[in-house]
Every structure is written in structure tokens, then in C-alpha cells.
Design a protein around this ligand. Structure first.
Ligand SMILES: [Zn+2]
Length: 222
């Protein structure tokens, strides 16, 4: 049985996605959530339809050729959940964990990728999306392990792809999105029953604050 996510993206993110206003990394995060969330997919379709009907009321001469074709291409995009299932050389475990919009950027099966150790039981795989100005990565957290306590200078959006984690704001399972802001010091703990794999997009560098974090900062700081 497929579980429906309980923690969703906000209206701002869905509207931004529907209107094409988000950066590429944020768009991939939204598209990946939409692949797992019928509720947000429905809301996004509504926004896209609203955008399309507004567009049809604008005199074509007021739109540049590029803006019109970009918007029409966007409206033509297929629903990610209905995209043909093509495993493209990925192993079954990877196809099960990574929805299509994200798989295309990861580029290989999970166990074959160059994960970097980020302390006990935590691995990170940086993913280059767009111009690289936004930090995007997959995190792989062993059962019951903790991501070192950290705060950030920007907003961190974390989408769970496998397993679950909990922090003081709640429990997040596959498809759920957790959003942490700069004033929010948190230490997510993976469920003890299985590893947790997440996709995280961070607008601004992380600042680890715990004793392990001070060491990690040496690695993650450019
Ligand atoms: Zn949702």
C-alpha cells in the first residue's frame, strides 16, 4: 500500500513551481514531492490551469516568443507520476527509492555512487543541479543515527525518500517534506528499523554547531 505524505510543500513553493519561478534545485525537490503526493499534484495542476487561462487572455504581442514557448512547454509537461517507467540502467532498489525527476540528476544506482562520510552513520552525496548556487544532496542515515546538530544561514528543505526521521517538529516518512529555517537548531534522528535516505536542498551554507559539527564544518565549508 502506498502511504500518502503528511507533511507537504507550502502554497508559495507550489505556486512558484507552477509559474516556473523556482530555481532548478528547488524545482527538482518540488517535482519529486509531486511524484509521491497526489494532493499537491492536484493543487499544482489547478495553479497551472489558472496560469494557462490567464495567459490565454493576454494579447500575444505582449509576450516575447521565448516566454510564450517556455510557458507552453511547461504546460505540456506530463505528470511525473504518469511518466513511463524506464529503469534506464538503475537497479531495482534505486528505482524504488528515487522518483524519476530526481533519478535523472543522480546518474547511477545508489550503491554505486561516491558517497562521502559525514560522521558516524551519515553519508552525503552532493548533486550538482543547475549552476550549483544552491546546495543539493542526498543524505543516507543509518538506522537510529543522528545528523549532527546544525543550524543554517538559509532555508533547508528535506524530502524523505526511504525510511523516516524525527526531530522536535515531528516524524517524516517517504514523501514528507521538512523545512528548517535559520533560527531552528535541530538534530534529526533516523528511525531505528531501517536506514533513511533524504534529498536536501539548502539555500545558503550549513553551520554545524555541536562538537562533531565543528569538525564537519571543515569539510562542508568551501
Ligand atoms: Zn504534498
Amino acid at each position: 500500500m502506498t502511504q500518502t505524505p503528511g507533511h507537504h510543500l507550502n502554497e508559495e513553493a507550489l505556486l512558484g513551481y507552477a509559474s516556473g519561478a523556482l530555481g532548478e534545485a528547488e524545482s527538482v525537490l518540488v517535482a519529486t514531492h509531486l511524484a509521491l503526493c497526489p494532493a499537491c499534484r492536484g493543487r499544482t495542476s489547478t495553479y497551472e490551469a489558472m496560469g494557462g487561462s490567464m495567459l490565454s487572455q493576454i494579447e500575444p504581442s505582449n509576450l516575447s516568443d521565448g516566454a510564450l514557448s517556455a510557458t507552453m512547454a511547461r504546460l505540456d509537461q506530463t505528470d511525473p507520476s504518469e511518466a513511463p517507467c524506464d529503469d534506464g540502467g538503475f537497479d531495482n532498489a534505486t528505482v524504488t527509492v528515487l522518483p524519476r525527476p530526481l533519478r535523472d540528476y543522480v546518474g547511477g544506482s545508489l550503491d554505486s555512487l561516491p558517497w562521502k562520510s559525514r560522521g558516524r552513520g551519515v553519508k552525503e552525496l552532493p548533486i550538482r543541479i543547475g549552476d550549483g548556487s544552491v546546495r543539493a544532496s542526498l543524505l543516507r542515515i543509518g538506522p537510529g543515527e543522528t545528523i549532527p546538530q546544525h543550524t543554517h544561514e538559509g532555508v533547508e528543505s528535506t524530502l524523505v525518500l526511504k525510511g523516516a526521521f524525527s526531530d522536535e517538529t515531528g516524524t517524516y516518512a517517504r514523501g514528507d517534506v521538512a523545512v528548517a529555517t535559520a533560527d531552528h537548531d535541530h538534530a534529526p534522528v533516523a528511525d531505528s528499523t531501517e536506514e533513511c535516505i533524504c534529498f536536501a536542498v539548502i539555500e545558503g551554507p550549513l553551520r554545524f554547531t555541536g562538537p562533531i559539527g565543528r569538525v564537519l564544518n571543515l569539510f562542508v565549508r568551501p
